[in-house]
Design a protein around this ligand. Structure first.
Ligand code: NAD
Length: 369
């Protein structure tokens, strides 16, 4: 049977709890599909610091490089607030992103009809919403040099961050966005600030050229990033795929996410470049953190992590039909009125992490029968 290798890095806090439900979901797919997913486990974050004195070990990094995909839970918590900066839990996450060169961050914002009333916008604006934000993750102002604070000696300080992009970085992220659009609504909005930023001018030029050369069949609209933010809350359903840089992507993806309700519902994928064999480094993780306030209480919503596994099915394992089935199972459970506390509404039934995992597996059984 063709197989894939998936490395689990559950991490800290609610990470292991929500990942447990993914493991049960994988067992279901292994029993019902012609492809198998083999799994291995390792440590990242605070638990890795406790075991090895660093946020991720070289051995775990080797496993991550060898695997077809990595599933990460969440890292961090008050226990590790005072560990040395280089060994802080987030350093494990950053090393994974950097060493695997995961330059494309995919953040879907999907509004399940059953949760449309939980949005801050009226139901008619968000029901059926399905946006994919493609954020450049390894360049731009978060990494550009110089990046410093200097003492001007007159009681003043000066802080500098540098926004820098080379054309190849823009081209490869735009290519991901156009490719994705072809499999969805066939429309890309490219968001930048070419009116005030040179990186925006280059972004616009490179995206336009790539579109002319390779993706003329995809509808392309350029939009200023500030207008994009306004349009996201004015008329979000006009968007299909939005491609943007690291800084604007950070902000726009969080704004889009909140159109859809709770942090406990939001999956993500981070992808690298395909190698000569067609293998693409990939890491899948929920958008939320380790939620120390509810860790160990069986209350965490596992849907963000299960939906992240759904993205792995789609983007790493070429199991699109299975990914559709999993999305349908999640929607079905919500339609039944089952809710973890973070998405609880009047008249619904409150359940915990494990019961939510069980309900999704039962829905998979029913929908595939
Ligand atoms: P958080 O996302 O962990 O929690 C924010 C709020 O949302 C909390 O009230 C939490 O209970 C709730 N929440 C989050 N996920 C939930 C889920 N699946 N189900 C139900 N409720 C959920 O953010 P925070 O409180 O700012 O950070 C806590 C720790 O997580 C910190 O150490 C932070 O550095 C870390 N963090 C890690 C990541 C990551 O691993 N990718 C991301 C963000 C924060």
């Amino acid at each position: 049977m063709p197989g894939f290798d998936l490395l689990f890095l559950p991490g800290d806090g609610i990470g292991p709890e929500v990942m447990g439900e993914v493991k049960r979901t994988i067992a279901w797919f292994n029993a019902h599909s012609s492809k198998t997913i083999d799994t291995d486990d390792d440590l990242v974050g605070g638990c890795a610091y406790d075991a090895h004195g660093e946020a991720i070990s070289d051995a775990a990094m080797d496993k991550a490089r060898a695997a077809d995909a990595v599933m990460l839970g969440a890292v961090g918590g008050p226990k590790w607030d005072d560990v040395p900066y280089d060994a802080r839990p987030e350093a494990g996450l950053l090393r994974l992103r950097k060493d695997l060169d995961l330059f494309a961050n995919l953040r879907p914002a999907i509004c399940y009809p059953a949760l449309a009333d939980a949005s801050s916008l009226r139901r008619e604006f968000v029901e059926g919403l399905d946006i994919m934000i493609v954020r450049e993750l390894t360049g731009g102002v978060y990494f550009g040099e110089p990046k410093e604070i200097t003492d001007l000696g007159n009681g003043q300080k000066r802080a500098v961050d540098t926004q820098v992009y080379d054309s190849f970085e823009i081209e490869r992220i735009a290519e991901v966005a156009f490719d994705l659009a072809r499999k969805r609504g066939n429309k890309v909005h490219s968001a930048e600030k070419r009116n005030v930023m040179k990186t925006g001018v280059l972004w616009h030029e490179v995206v336009t050229r790539l579109h002319d050369e390779k993706f003329g069949d995809v509808e392309l609209e350029h939009i200023l990033a500030d207008n994009c933010a306004m349009q996201l809350v004015r008329n979000p359903k006009q968007f299909d795929v939005i491609v943007t840089d690291n800084l604007f992507g950070d902000i726009l993806s969080d704004a889009a996410a909140m159109l859809t309700g709770s942090l406990g519902m939001l999956p993500s994928a981070s992808l690298g470049a395909e190698d000569k064999t067609g293998k693409r480094p990939a890491m899948y993780e929920p958008v939320h953190g380790s939620a120390p306030d509810i860790a160990g209480q069986g209350k965490a919503n596992p849907i963000a992590t299960i939906a992240s596994f759904g993205m792995a099915l789609r983007y790493s394992f070429a199991m699109g039909a299975e990914a559709d089935l999993l999305d349908a199972a999640i929607a079905d459970v919500l339609d039944q009125g089952l809710r973890t506390p973070d998405i609880m509404q009047d008249g619904m039934t409150e359940i915990g992490t494990e019961a939510m995992g069980t309900a999704i597996i039962e829905a998979l059984d029913r929908l595939s029968a």
